[in-house]
Design a protein around this ligand. Structure first.
Ligand code: TXA
Ligand code: MG
Length: 326
């Protein structure tokens, strides 16, 4: 019996039943809040665009930030991301734990494009909390989970915080008591030549440097979302994107929204024929990628109403359409 089995066997019956229920809800595309050693996460099946779209809807975030994808162990992590030597050293030393590693996606990575905001990279974490571990082992799916609070509010460290903040926007809350660390995970970008800290959190810089045997720098990506470094970390299609379009030009693909599309000849995809913003959010990155891959010179995007999830959709379209000099 390894540590994981001991911890899980020690969970009270009620908690085990709650974990079963949570796993079932996740499999059906539901939203489940669960404790980790850092903060409570708002989890959804990371392989489902629709389930991930519900996270953004529930958080009421006006932007699609890339999310952390949680898995049960290193084997599950390696199915999703490519680990450099440094990434592997950090994972071996500090997982399970309060560490998130940004790595490149594997070619077959099944994680929703929305979960990583269309990026070719992925933030992965193996949490140590016994309830989180039991849930991830039971559900056997990658689980995308930001902190389980409405956007702009304080991160939740108790089940009651989640209920107060999200109410019935979350399908179920697994109550595992207080989160022992109470501060988010440390995020380390391992996609470049040297690992870089993107966010300070539960694991200190000194511990990372001890594992790697080298100094580790910090790069502030959250400070200024319009800084060039931040913009370049966003997915942008190769094709030129025109927004709020009612007429499609020659050589352009159409990114539609709603039942009435303008006349068009090239490739066309509809974010949501029914004009449903949740469906549109789920399709956004996958459709942009697909139209871009068709080799068109431009993509004409129809207007999307700027309400609810439409705000985040428009934010992302505007960024993807921004002129690029870099
Ligand atoms: O402790 C935690 O990390 C908690 C628990 C639930 O695991 N989760 C959490 O998630 O704090 P969230 O969504 O609040 O923060 C995710 C952060 C964002 O600041 C985002 O910019 C960064 O992770 N991130 C995610 N994917 C990334 C990527 N591919 N590249 C760079 N940064 C990424
Ligand atoms: Mg957060």
């Amino acid at each position: 019996m390894d540590n994981e089995d001991i911890a899980e066997a020690a969970l009270p019956q009620k908690l085990r039943a709650d974990i079963e229920r949570a796993a079932e809800l996740l499999r059906r595309g539901g939203l489940v809040a669960f404790p980790t050693e850092t903060v409570y996460g708002l989890g959804a099946d990371a392989s489902s665009d629709a389930a991930v779209a519900r996270i953004f809807e529930a958080k009421g975030r006006p932007q699609f930030n890339p999310l952390i994808v949680h898995v049960a162990n290193m084997a599950a992590a390696e199915a999703l991301g490519c680990f450099s030597k440094a990434a592997r050293a950090l994972a071996n030393a500090l997982w399970p734990g309060a560490l998130t590693l940004v790595v490149n996606r594997t070619p077959q990575c099944p994680v929703s494009a929305l979960a990583s905001a269309g990026l070719a990279t992925l933030a992965l974490r193996v949490p140590a909390h016994p309830v989180a571990r039991a849930l991830l082992t039971t559900v056997d799916l990658p689980v995308a989970a930001p902190s389980a609070n409405r956007s702009g509010t304080i991160s939740p460290t108790l089940a009651a915080h989640v209920r107060t903040s999200l109410g019935d926007r979350v399908d179920f809350v697994v109550d595992g008591g207080a989160c022992p660390i109470g501060l988010e995970s440390t995020i380390v970008d391992c996609t470049g030549d040297a690992p870089v800290i993107l966010r300070f959190g539960g694991i200190g810089r000194a511990r990372l440097e001890e594992v790697l045997g080298t100094p580790v720098k910090f790069r502030d990506v959250d400070g200024d979302p319009t800084a060039p470094g931040q913009l370049s970390s966003h997915y942008a299609p190769r094709a030129r994107l025109r927004l709020n379009v009612h007429e499609v030009l020659d050589g352009e693909a159409l990114l539609g929204f709603g039942p009435d599309l303008p006349p068009h000849q090239g490739p066309a995809l509809n974010l949501s024929e029914a004009g449903d913003l949740l469906e549109a959010a789920a399709n956004l990155f996958a459709h942009l990628h697909a139209l871009d891959a068709a080799g068109v010179s431009g993509i004409a995007a129809m207007p999307v109403p700027a309400e609810g999830l439409g705000e985040a959709i428009n934010d992302r379209l505007v960024r993807a359409a921004a002129p690029r000099n870099a």
